[in-house]
Ligand binder design. Structure first.
Ligand code: SF4
Ligand code: SF4
Length: 141
């Protein structure tokens, strides 16, 4: 019983010693608290923020629309183009980013690498139409 008490006291002493060591080690360091929103926020390398598209790379294949679990993407008719003797419909995606959950599924499945998730995350707005991304409609391939 006495031995156990001594062992407990020893453990407590080590904990206090460790805490004091940590206190002295950090006493003269600068605070690591981020000043956001008064300073720039730093996000992790793999942070998944606002979706973006490179309209030139997009071929209008429609895979992103098919895989999106949040129904963010709609393919819009943009015209027709001739392939051999056939006239085929061309389409490009639009994105209602206010419902995007940044899951990255469309990015992973776009084989033309037209999509990426940026580090942008300040998306709050009173005008949700400002979060409609339709820039792929303006490029005709
Ligand atoms: S963004 Fe990619 S997956 Fe979506 S339509 Fe364009 S090429 Fe296809
Ligand atoms: S990141 Fe996810 S939720 Fe957002 S558009 Fe792509 S598939 Fe849809």
């Amino acid at each position: 019983m006495v031995e156990n008490d001594a062992s407990e006291d020893s453990k407590k002493g080590m904990k206090v010693g460790g805490a004091l060591g940590e206190m002295f080690r950090t006493a003269f360091q600068r605070p690591i608290t981020k000043k956001y929103p008064f300073g720039a926020a730093q996000v992790a390398e793999r942070f998944r923020g606002k979706l973006d598209i490179d309209p030139v790379k997009c071929t209008g294949c429609g895979v992103c629309e098919a895989v999106c679990p949040a129904s963010v993407i709609q393919m819009v008719h943009t015209g027709t183009r001739k392939v051999g003797t056939r006239e085929i419909e061309t389409k490009r995606p639009t994105f209602d980013l206010y419902t995007c959950i940044s899951c990255g599924q469309c990015v992973d499945d776009c084989r033309f690498e037209a999509l990426r998730l940026t580090h942008e995350f300040e998306l709050a707005t009173v005008d949700k139409k400002s979060l409609v991304m339709d820039k792929a409609l303006k490029v005709v391939n």
